[in-house]
Ligand binder design. Structure first.
Ligand SMILES: [Zn+2]
Ligand SMILES: [Zn+2]
Length: 510
């Protein structure tokens, strides 16, 4: 049987990797694997033929093993799939490099077997210690009814998690200390703020496979300003002690900018998001909202829903109108025209030029001309329509989806009462994902398209996982036998010019 995998080396703070086409590799207990380890230990700087990469490559469902020689930490790790309760989960086995060098290949075999017979499992660390209730004042944001833009964002974020799920599913890459957390966090934020370019250039690296790397720019620090909010990345944001730690970190940034304490903070940990409002006399803290769960590649998570709303609406923005210095009085039709005629990157820049421009930017669907979102199945799942049953609705306390009171038969709903939707009363689970959990839940599900109309004709906006059919050599022969859909790509999403992994095509509605 063919064994597939990839080699990673960590040496003097840098990551290198090597793999053969199709990922062929020797099994861990093979003599050549052992020779390779020995060779790399004896000549740790002989890495000329290796690819310099920003971080290690995670295990993928097409791979059997990922070998990691961490020279800096003095360990050899074998990342593999382990069966637990009927499902496969990524697991890493650590072997001390010094003892490995002094032994034979059988040492690796023994280590693997020893691990297989133990019941230990590296489930993501969830902080299950009993949390004291917070003494901060509660921040309750009224997110309001989702917009057409929010519906598309929910699809994009869900698709994005699906495309890059191997990085989140592997505990070796999805940790606070890994740059992967930073690179994906900025992507979540950019999607939530529609700070992206929709390009018609479909020459992109697809499919996203075991060798793909999320390669857009990201802030190197764990604290930065983004669209007027102070973003703080932290390992945990669920306890009062951790919120206090974030407040300490925020202090210099806030004083520097305004000279007084007044800011909106977005705290992001690998699994949660929390909003903090600072003013001179109070600290208001929201609940910690689930950002990533086992279902995040299938249903939009409550954390993403909240992020979309805070960036694209006024529900929690400080009123910037008093700071508006843009005295141009441009009629709205002209503003919309400008926003739709600009190049993608200029559109984003223009939207940040003034408070008025930002407002207009988020009331349309920037960069997709003449587009109307037809169904709101993700953000308004009661009837899938934004209007029609009135604007009076409730937000589910757990999943943050929005429903018309008329649709759920609760016209006399009191605004103080808390609503939990039927899905969440059932078995929807928003606890932190298990290793491999996102892939397990999403890999066999067909990805739903989003109903939109473009220039008056009804279409389905579909995620593309591979290149258009005419560019796929493997389909050339098959194409003579059976009809093959062209699967063209109309839009690719980019962050400052770099491909995000998201490509979409328009299909006629069946
Ligand atoms: Zn409804
Ligand atoms: Zn719900």
């Amino acid at each position: 049987m063919v064994c597939r995998g990839i080699w990673n080396v960590h040496f003097r703070g840098k990551w290198y990797r090597s793999y053969y086409p199709h990922g062929r590799i020797s099994p861990p207990d093979d003599e050549s694997t052992f020779r390779m380890i020995k060779q790399l230990c004896d000549h740790p700087d002989h890495l000329e033929k290796w690819e310099l990469v920003p971080f290690l490559s995670p295990i993928h469902s097409n791979l059997d093993y990922v070998y990691i020689i961490d020279q800096d930490a003095g360990v050899f790790l074998v990342s593999l799939w382990k069966e637990l309760n009927g499902s496969l989960r990524p697991t890493a086995i650590r072997i001390d490099l010094t003892s490995l060098r002094e032994s034979s290949r059988l040492f690796i075999k023994d280590s693997l077997e020893q691990h297989r017979s133990t019941s230990s499992d590296n489930i993501h660390q969830t902080n299950s210690d009993i949390r004291k209730p917070m003494t901060f004042r509660a921040l309750d944001i009224n997110f309001g009814i989702p917009t057409p833009l929010n519906e598309l964002q929910e699809r994009f974020l869900t698709d994005f998690v699906f495309v890059w799920r191997y990085y989140i599913d592997d505990p070796l890459t999805w940790t606070y200390s890994s740059p992967v957390f930073k690179v994906l966090s900025i992507a979540f934020l950019r999607l939530a703020a529609w700070d992206l370019e929709l390009s018609s250039d479909c020459e992109v690296e697809l499919p996203i496979n075991f060798a793909s790397i999320p390669s857009w720019n990201y802030p190197e620090t764990n604290i930065y300003w983004f669209h007027g909010f102070l973003i703080i990345l932290q390992e945990d944001i669920e306890s009062e002690a951790m919120i206090n730690r974030a407040l300490e970190k925020a202090k210099p940034y806030i004083h520097d900018l305004h000279g007084h304490r007044d800011a909106r903070l977005v705290l992001i940990s690998p699994y949660h998001v929390t909003f903090v409002e600072l003013s001179n006399d109070a600290v208001l803290v929201s609940e910690s909202i689930a950002l990533l769960t086992n279902h995040s590649a299938v249903h939009c998570s409550p954390g993403f829903r909240a992020l979309n709303r805070i960036f694209t609406s006024d529900c929690w923005k400080k009123s910037l109108s008093d700071r508006e210095r843009w005295r141009l009085n441009v009629p709205s039709e002209i503003l919309y025209k400008i926003l739709h005629e600009l190049e993608p990157r200029d559109t984003v820049a223009f939207s940040q030029a003034s408070f008025t421009a930002t407002q207009y930017y988020y009331t349309s669907i920037p960069q997709i001309k003449d587009t109307v979102v037809q169904s709101f199945n993700s953000s308004i799942p009661c009837c899938g329509k934004q209007r029609g049953s009135g604007d009076n609705g409730v937000r589910c306390l757990v999943c943050y989806s929005w429903r018309h009171v008329a649709c759920i038969g609760a016209e006399n709903w009191s605004s103080d009462a808390q609503y939990v939707c039927m899905d969440c009363q059932g078995n929807m689970n928003f606890s932190a994902p298990h290793p491999g959990g996102i892939n397990r839940v999403s890999c066999r599900k067909t990805r739903e398209g989003c109903h939109i109309s473009v220039g008056g004709s009804e279409k389905l906006l579909h995620l593309r996982l591979s290149k258009p059919s005419h560019l796929r050599r493997e389909l050339r022969f098959l194409g003579n036998l059976v009809p093959i859909a062209p699967s063209l790509i109309e839009y690719t999403i980019r962050f400052n010019g770099s491909f995000s992994g998201l490509a979409y095509g328009l299909e006629n509605k069946p």
